[in-house]
Design a protein around this ligand. Structure first.
Ligand code: FAD
Length: 287
């Protein structure tokens, strides 16, 4: 099913995200985790894409498997470090696999590289244009950044660029992780003010280890409220306690979002079915 249809549901939707294996050797482990997450019947599951395309076939295989198990699936696709012909080939593969949804992404620019060159698509909005040519029936989503994309000069410029992406045909947006809901509410207000009216899925990352917290901040640049920082400082060296804290913090964020009328939640489950299960258990009387 197209995600644009899934999101018409007036009830709360909870979608989840998985990532593909890096090699054939760990395909089975990933497959098992994905199957367990699929069995929880989220509104849809998206599968990430290794920038540069090294794991592109796995993204399609995993997304296809999710669809065959009766859950709507979405394949991520990046463009900035791949040749235009490779990007087109991947869109065709996604189409032939019967995957109806694509998250159109630029991808990070590898440090020291000279991407984007003349044979690359420079922005997600350019990728949306080519998806529309190769696979016009696809439902296309995009990424957005409540604390602004790290390369954007300021929040205003970032939202203006985001508007170009939506005008190019992006039907919904999923946010980068955030740990302070007021940042999301403020962002939503500014997006609507800029005329961006598509659904904006709140991306929630359950942080269940101290190392993951460090990595998440490095990668996304998002801020950590003192309340959460205190929890990580206190429990970060105790894996069981930190896992519970991560599940509770993410659950608390989601309950607050729902209480404030937000209906589309996307959980970065990252191939950890036990974390997804823990959050759903906490939400069972709320959604
Ligand atoms: P864009 O929308 O192209 O924006 C990138 C920058 O360019 C921004 O600063 C923006 O303001 C600016 N910009 C955009 N359009 C224009 C324009 N027309 N003119 C001038 N400036 C412009 N990475 C992966 O490698 N694989 C994944 O599977 C993956 N999944 C993700 C899922 C989500 C929900 C999110 C939030 C991120 C994901 N990423 C993934 C990371 C993403 O690839 C990076 O954040 C990347 O740096 C930006 O991608 P984008 O699609 O947001 O880029």
């Amino acid at each position: 099913m197209k995600i644009s249809e899934v999101l018409k549901d007036k009830r709360v939707t909870v979608s989840m995200e998985v990532f593909p294996p890096k090699t054939d050797a760990n395909f089975e482990t990933v497959e098992k985790a994905v199957d367990e997450i699929t069995a929880m019947k989220p509104a849809f599951i998206s599968c990430t894409y290794g920038a540069g395309g090294g794991t592109s076939a796995y993204t399609v295989r995993i997304a296809k498997r999710i669809g065959e198990a009766g859950v709507s699936s979405m394949a991520h696709l990046t463009c900035v470090s791949s040749a235009r012909s490779e990007v087109k080939e991947q869109i065709t593969r996604i189409k032939e696999a019967g995957i109806e949804n694509i998250l159109a992404l630029r991808g990070d620019i590898p440090e020291g590289s000279d991407f984007p060159g003349p044979d690359n698509y420079a922005h997600a909005s350019d990728l949306i244009g080519v998806i529309k040519e190769v696979y016009p029936e696809a439902c296309i989503g995009g990424a957005c950044y409540p604390e602004k994309h790290p390369e954007a000069r300021d929040k205003r410029e970032d939202i203006q660029n985001l508007k170009k992406k939506v005008d190019a045909g992006c039907e919904f947006l999923t946010t980068q992780m955030f740990f302070d809901n007021s940042i999301y509410y403020n962002y939503l207000y500014r997006m609507r003010d800029a005329g961006i009216m598509v659904p904006i899925l709140a991306g929630i990352m359950p942080v269940t280890t101290k190392q993951q917290m460090k990595r998440s901040i490095e990668l996304s640049g998002c801020s950590v409220p003192p309340r959460f920082k205190a929890m990580v400082d206190m429990f970060g060296d105790n894996p069981d306690a930190m896992r519970s804290v991560g599940i509770l913090y993410a659950s608390d964020q989601i309950v607050d979002l729902i209480a404030n009328g937000i209906t589309h939640i996307h959980i970065y489950t990252m191939n950890k079915p036990e974390i997804a299960k823990g959050i759903l258990e906490n939400l069972k009387d709320v959604i």
